[in-house]
Every structure is written in C-alpha cells, then in structure tokens.
Write a protein that binds this ligand. Structure first.
Ligand code: FAD
Length: 237
C-alpha cells in the first residue's frame, strides 16, 4: 500500500470515529501539582450518566490522532455530570503530552466510559495500594466504600511536594509515601510490613504499574493472604 493511500485511509478512519463514536466533554479546570508530574483535570461530561457507577469506571480519551488512553474518573457528581481525572505525566508519551497541554475551556473527545469491575467488596477492611497513576482509581474506590471508615491504604508519590499536596487537596485515609525504588513495590511492601492487618476480612486492591502490582501480590501471598483477598489491576509496564 502506498504511503499516500495509507494516510488517506487513516484520515477517513479518524473522521469516522470522531463523528460517529466519540463523545465530547469540557475541561472545567486544570491543576498542575507544582514541580510534581501530577495533573488534575476537572471535566464536564454531559453525554455520560454517572448514576450507575457502582464499580470504578475508566474513560478512553483521545490523546492524539487515532490514539486513545484510559484514565479514571474520580470525585464524580451525578447531578452536574462532572468528575476529575488525575494524570501522572512525568514520562514521555502521547497521554502525558495531551494532559500537559490541556487548559480550561478545551473540548476533549472520548470513546465513552466502561467499568474496571473493581468495587469495594462487602468486607470490614478495604486496603488500596498504588502509585501516582492510580490516584484517581484509589479515590474512586474511596468514594464507593460505604462506610468510608473501612477504607485505607498507601500511595507512592515520588516527590515531597506531591505528597504534601495529596494531603492538602484530598480528605483521604490513604497515606502518601516516598518512592525508594523504581516501580514502588518495595516502598509499599516496607509500609505494609509495618501495618498489622488482620488476615481475615481484609481485601487488598493493587493498582498501577504492572511490576509493582505483581511484586506486591507475591509478598501478600507470602504473608498468608489468599488469592481471593487480592484484586489486582496493572495499568502500564
Ligand atoms: C483502566 C485503566 C485506567 C487508567 N487510569 C489512569 C489514570 O487515572 N491516570 C494515569 O496517569 N494513568 C492511568 N492509566 C494508564 C494510562 O492509560 C496510560 O497507559 C499511561 O498514562 C501512559 O500513557 P502515555 O501515552 O502517556 O505513555 P505510553 O506511550 O503508553 O508509554 C510511554 C513510556 O512511558 C512509560 N510509562 C507509562 N506510564 C507511565 C507512568 N505513569 N510513569 C512512568 N512511566 C510511564 C511506559 O512504560 C513507556 O515506556 C490507566 C490505565 C488503565 C488500563
């Protein structure tokens, strides 16, 4: 196939998706966490109903031509159809670049929302462990945990300012902890070993980069927790 024909087909496919399948939303506000790579983006999604979000949702955002990335709505409000996505944008990728250039008033395109199938199981203790890319997911878990007193956990955040802002911005029992290893699982393991979680009635939710998720799963099993007490969701590797 000639390069020209390929580009024409690509353009047609892109137009078809944009016109027929995409929904649009408006950026209400953008908060960049100072020197940290975390970006909070408030969205109005008039084409999405949120009252059936009983499991943690995700949305497929158009981040470049024919390029989509998944992000997790948190802090959603059913009446106003607003939510916030929290993007870890410290690496070089189309998703990062998209988040970095967004500003108040922009229109975003997305291919609808779906469920991650994760929801707080009806147990006395729900513990979430994750990295910067999973902050939205963990806050959505907190929003779904009723009563919220059974929710706890920790999130690895690389820089001190980011950890400070997490505490300042969110009313959350999640503890921001320093990253002392590349993927963050050793830091989370260290934190975990200082806690005294009951072996029964505890469900762990591990979310974020896949190395961290599989590393933590291994340690939890070594600690005596069953596979059905560990719910894992790898986001990227
Ligand atoms: C269901 C689901 C929900 C998700 N929700 C969120 C969310 O709320 N917030 C969020 O930030 N991400 C979330 N992700 C991950 C997100 O969809 C992208 O995979 C990720 O942001 C990378 O996209 P990118 O285009 O920026 O980089 P890519 O082009 O995919 O990757 C470029 C390079 O950067 C590395 N990389 C990718 N992500 C990171 C990272 N966070 N830190 C360091 N290096 C990285 C990759 O290994 C690769 O080498 C979610 C993923 C899934 C499956």
């Amino acid at each position: 196939m000639s390069t020209n024909l390929f580009h024409q087909l690509k353009k047609k496919a892109s137009g078809l998706i944009d016109n027929k399948l995409s929904k649009t939303g408006t950026v209400l506000d953008v908060r960049k966490w100072g020197p940290s790579a975390i970006i909070e983006i408030d969205l109005h999604l008039p084409a999405t109903t949120m009252d059936d979000w009983h499991e943690v949702p995700y949305m497929k955002c158009k981040v470049a031509d024919l390029t989509y990335r998944d992000y997790t709505p948190s802090g959603w409000d059913v009446d106003t159809q607003t939510c916030t996505i929290i993007v870890d944008a410290g690496h070089n990728g189309p998703g990062s670049r998209w988040a970095q250039q967004l500003k108040k008033g922009d229109t975003i395109s997305y291919l609808g929302t779906n469920s991650t199938r994760q929801t707080p199981v009806n147990t006395s203790s729900v513990i979430c462990l994750g990295d910067e890319s999973s902050i939205g997911h963990m806050l959505a878990m907190q929003q779904l945990s009723k009563p919220v007193s059974r929710f706890s956990g920790a999130v690895v955040i690389n820089d001190e300012e980011g950890r400070k802002l997490f505490k300042e911005y969110f009313n959350s029992p999640l503890q921001p902890i320093a990253r002392n290893d590349v993927h963050g699982h050793h830091s989370l393991m260290e934190w975990l070993l200082q806690q005294s979680y009951n072996l029964e009635n505890t469900i762990f939710y591990l979310v974020g980069n896949s190395t961290m998720v599989s590393g933590l799963r291994k340690v939890l099993k070594q600690q005596g927790f069953n596979s059905n007490q560990i719910k894992a969701q790898g986001f990227w590797s």
